[in-house]
Write a protein that binds this ligand. Structure first.
Ligand code: HEC
Ligand code: HEC
Length: 221
């Protein structure tokens, strides 16, 4: 208990130091609001590690990558980022570059890097897509094809959430090319690391056109 309290205080201090060094944050990005997102890692240490491990070269200094195929991590839940790094390490998820990069990362290093990216402010996404069919799929799913509404797990505007110890990643504002790429990977079974295979089941029920339209819509949220 005592130790936890100490860690909490250290975290609050670290966040304060980090935020003081960054540009001004919006009011809802206070330490209280972002604390559940960053988990137990140390974002200040994570800044240095992600720089020396060269994560920032691809994912952007503040986790807002410019390349549409490279996911943005700014504001992503640390718990989700850590799970992906572990999955790349164990082989549960494969990517030609990432699977090699994670080989030597320690658990503590992963938690710190994830805390750093989670604490960063996401850049606004691309202009909002207005495709009514994609919007309806996101909000309501399609019962006839057993497609659950994206919003039911990924939350309002795809902002992600933690529920029953599962972390549902932020998808709103993510790059369109990355989103459609992952949905295609799930549809083809090339990515198969979601709990109970839920994303494989959902993506298999989507047409290629729906995947493109959803990716465009979600990247604009
Ligand atoms: C050479 C470029 C490159 C470097 C360097 C790099 N990444 Fe990546 N990263 C990628 C690409 C590309 C993907 C998308 C993989 C895919 O399509 O499945 C990715 C995916 C990820 C994901 C999954 C994100 C998600 O939303 O599911 C995490 C987490 C991640 N990288 C963390 C890191 C960390 C931590 C480092 C440093 C130790 C790092 N990356 C270094 C290119 C890079
Ligand atoms: C029943 C819950 C559930 C529903 C409904 C759901 N998802 Fe997911 N989704 C998840 C979980 C859990 C993950 C994280 C998987 C992992 O740990 O690798 C995920 C991951 C993703 C990712 C990968 C994000 C990244 O950064 O790599 C995308 C894209 C995605 N979902 C899109 C969708 C879309 C589009 C819909 C609606 C058509 C949808 N999801 C509906 C649970 C859900």
């Amino acid at each position: 208990m005592r130790r936890r309290k100490k860690q909490g205080r250290f975290l609050a201090f670290s966040l304060f130091a980090l935020m003081a060094s960054a540009r001004p944050l919006a009011a809802d990005d206070s330490a209280e609001t972002i604390a559940p997102r960053i988990g137990s890692g140390n974002p200040v240490a994570g800044k240095g590690i992600s720089e020396s491990e060269r994560c920032q070269e691809c994912h952007g200094e503040d986790g807002n990558s410019d390349d549409g195929r490279i996911p943005r991590h700014a504001g992503q839940y640390a718990g989700y980022l850590i799970k992906q790094l572990r999955d790349f390490q164990s082989g549960a998820r494969y990517h030609s570059v990432m699977s090699i990069i994670v080989e030597d990362l320690s658990e503590a290093g992963m938690a710190d890097i994830a805390a750093y990216f989670a604490s960063r402010k996401p850049k606004p996404g691309s202009p909002a897509g207005d495709d009514p069919a994609a919007k309806a799929l996101f909000a309501n799913g399609d019962k006839a094809r057993a497609i659950d509404a994206c919003v039911s797990c990924h939350g309002e505007d795809g902002r992600g959430r933690i529920a029953d110890s599962v972390t549902y990643p932020v998808i709103g504002g993510q790059h369109k090319a990355y989103l459609s790429g992952q949905l295609v990977n799930w549809k083809l079974g090339e990515r198969a690391n979601s709990p109970g295979g839920v994303m494989n089941r959902i993506a298999k029920a989507l047409t290629d056109e729906e995947i493109e339209a959803l990716a465009k819509y979600i990247s604009g949220l």
